[in-house]
Design a protein around this ligand. Structure first.
Ligand code: FES
Ligand code: FES
Length: 169
């Protein structure tokens, strides 16, 4: 369902057989009042309601990691969270990471050919951004372990890891 700027839909109303709830999401620094179905996934709200399509959907099994965003500063597969569970939380998408110009990590991906088709890249960047925030100097094994939940169908793992290492230096 779409953005509900005037708050017409009170908590708990049924629309077209779907149980709707009003939520508030702060995404990339902007707070949105939304009316969402109680079974709607966070990734669908991000992509369909907010039109932030840099967050990708690459599977229906919660394995690929293309949908990773930050929720209250932690990496999370946004296909595994209901939008109603994110009520009141702060979400950062890939658009928020690159808003003020490429981050050091994004530049490192660019410089080290860390992407091929680019489909997995937003999720890789979101996951690795949290890693570097927690551990500014991760070794290769740590990087590979951290990115286990992110699949690159182009199998560009070598340069992805190299990119994260370059950003860590
Ligand atoms: S779309 Fe979320 S893990 Fe694949
Ligand atoms: S660069 Fe193509 S899926 Fe990773």
């Amino acid at each position: 369902m779409g953005i509900n700027p005037v708050g017409i839909n009170p908590m708990g109303i049924n629309i077209g057989g779907r149980h709707m709830q009003d939520i508030s999401l702060t995404v990339n620094g902007t707070t949105h009042k939304l009316s969402v179905a109680d079974n709607e996934l966070l990734v669908d709200v991000i992509r369909n309601d907010l039109r932030l399509t840099g967050t990708h959907v690459g599977c229906d099994t919660s394995q690929c990691g293309a949908c990773v965003v930050h929720v209250d500063g932690r990496s999370l597969k946004s296909c595994t969270m209901l939008a109603v569970e994110a009520d009141g939380k702060k979400v950062t998408t890939i658009e928020g990471i690159g808003a003020a110009g490429l981050s050091r990590l994004q530049q490192a991906f660019r410089d080290n050919h860390g992407l091929q088709c680019g489909f997995c890249t937003p999720g890789m960047i979101m996951s690795a951004t949290e890693l570097l925030a927690r551990n500014p100097k991760p070794d290769e094994a740590t990087i590979r372990h951290w990115l286990e939940g992110n699949i690159c169908r182009c199998t560009g793992y070598h340069n992805i890891v190299k990119s994260v290492q370059a950003a860590a230096m």
